[in-house]
Design a protein. Structure first.
Length: 493
């Protein structure tokens, strides 16, 4: 499990804080933000210093030395415009500021905006701070852990009592997200299907039952999608079945994750090969589901949750599946594999079929880095959501909004369903024509849910970043974890 700094709450006066850095958010236009007056006065300044690079835009940082103060330095961080203030802006500012000091400061404190502050704002600040204080360093011979150990949030006394449980929830969400990041960023030679299944066994708490199907069991159970994709790899596939069963559950949902531990494209090899390295993260959907399971008990989730992690490596080995092979999915559907690089939908077809077999399931949600088309349509920062159920769709969009994770509804045009008809089998895995690629992926998956309310989250855009951005350090982002947890955790309003 990733080790994040400890979080503390205080209502103390700023002058009484003994920390290596004091973070002070400032609105755009250098309008004094919360605590800025106190901090600036202490520095002998009567306004935010003019600096050509610092305007208080979201995430901007200006570090000021504070030699005579209990804090070693004051870090001003931009919050953006006062009239556009949102909890996500607070999350981003906290993440940017903490990230900027985490390599050199052991302890930091941060103030919060004084306008529109709620317990949700405090939670957002806590999440941002923890999520920004993350770095993947498990592949270095000399690990360089971050220096930061303690983050203190300075909260208004009116909210202090109610803030503690919010901060605890923030910690659970952030730890889960960072676990997903670790898994996504781990090099693929260290994390194949077998290792990822083992990680589920080792990392999940005792309230999650873990069952692993090996290649023999997959064959006995008719999981032809997983077996076909794995054929080109020396590494066998795995299906990990997760079960979380609280007492007297109010509902039952199933989460299905795409877990391609590396996607070369198979015989339909990806080109150019320079874009291939990101494909170590093609198991991000499975990582997100796995990590969410780790947090259910701690959040007191009152819903029974089942999980299916569909794990395989997509390689072009001598025994690899060929374009034009016909395979049989768990639910009996035959699929002509026209492009071996459309492998995610093949392994998910088995996982969704299994999830839909349970008559007791109220909703199925799959998470997958499914198509390049989704980020060509809506950009790299947003998740595309497809659904056959308006109510489920609304719930997920609300959860994503609450988590600050951009999500956009995309269509499942019934008119395009015919494009999936194969000339020799029930379906092909491509959908003729090159149009609406993300929708074709969704339409293909819909064939396997047997009418159960279902949503498909295509995270092929936001699962990865090459650059640091706010509370999201570069590499695997763990996007999707907090949305799923927001959706499942007990309502408190
Ligand atoms: N894993 C890829 C999709 C992907 C691409 C995720 C880039 C993240 C970044 C998926 O398996 C794939 O190759 N999809 C194909 C589908 C096509 C062959 C129908 C694609 O998007 O090109
Ligand atoms: Mn692919
Ligand atoms: Zn893939």
């Amino acid at each position: 499990m990733p080790s994040l700094p400890s979080l503390h709450l205080t209502t103390d006066a700023l002058g009484d804080l003994d920390v290596d850095a004091l973070i002070v958010p400032v609105f755009r236009g250098a309008i004094e933000g919360p605590g800025a007056d106190v901090a600036l006065r202490a520095l002998g300044l009567d306004q935010v210093p003019r600096d050509e690079h610092f305007r208080g835009r979201p995430g901007e940082i200006l570090t000021l030395a504070a030699p005579d103060q209990p804090w070693g330095q004051v870090v001003l961080v931009g919050l953006g415009r006062l009239d556009a203030l949102s909890d996500e802006q607070v999350r981003r500012a906290a993440g940017s500021a903490v990230r900027s000091v985490a390599e050199r400061c052991r302890t930091v404190a941060t103030t919060l905006p004084e306008v529109k502050v709620s317990t949700a704002t405090i939670r957002a600040a806590a999440e941002g701070a923890l999520l920004g204080a993350y770095r993947y360093d498990q592949a270095r011979s000399q690990p360089e852990p971050l220096v930061l150990t303690d983050v203190t949030l300075v909260v208004p006394s009116s909210l202090a009592g109610r803030a503690a449980p919010e901060v605890e929830r923030a910690r659970v969400h952030a730890e889960a997200q960072c676990l997903a990041r670790d898994l996504v960023t781990t090099p693929p030679n260290r994390l194949g299907p077998v290792e990822l299944a083992q990680a589920a066994r080792e990392l999940l708490p005792a309230d999650v039952e873990v069952e692993v199907w090996d290649e023999q069991r997959l064959a006995d159970e008719g999981c032809g999608g997983l077996l076909a994709v794995a054929r080109g790899s020396a590494r066998p596939p795995r299906l990990v079945r997760l079960r979380y069963r609280p007492a007297n559950p109010v509902a039952h949902v199933s989460l299905v994750g795409k877990g391609i531990t590396f996607d070369t494209g198979g015989i339909s090899l990806k080109r150019p090969s320079s874009i291939m390295e990101e494909m170590k993260g093609d198991m991000a959907g499975a990582a997100v589901v796995l990590a969410a399971f780790g947090a259910l008990g701690a959040l007191g989730v009152p819903v029974a949750v089942s999980g299916e992690l569909c794990l395989a490596e997509n390689m072009p080995g001598a025994d690899a599946q060929r374009p034009s092979d016909v395979i049989t999915i768990r639910n009996g559907t035959t699929v002509e594999v026209l492009n071996t690089d459309a492998e995610g939908r093949l392994v998910l077809a088995d996982g969704l079929s299994l999830a839909a077999e349970d008559d007791d399931v109220d909703a199925i949600v799959d998470v997958a880095t499914l198509t390049g088309a989704v980020f060509r349509a809506i950009g790299k920062r947003a998740t595309g959501v497809f659904s056959n159920d308006d109510d489920l769709l609304r719930q997920l969009l609300a959860a994503a909004d609450d988590a600050g994770e951009a999500m956009w509804h995309l269509p499942l045009w019934d008119d395009l369903r015919d494009n999936l008809d194969s000339t020799v089998a029930d379906l092909d895995n491509l959908g003729r024509g090159d149009e609406a690629g993300a929708t074709m992926g969704g339409l293909f998956l819909r064939e396997f849910v047997d009418g159960t309310p279902w949503a498909h989250l295509d995270i092929a855009g936001p699962f990865w970043q090459d650059e640091d951005r706010y509370h999201l350090p570069r590499h695997g982002t763990g996007v999707g974890v907090r949305t799923l947890l927001r959706w499942l955790e007990p309502r408190r309003d």
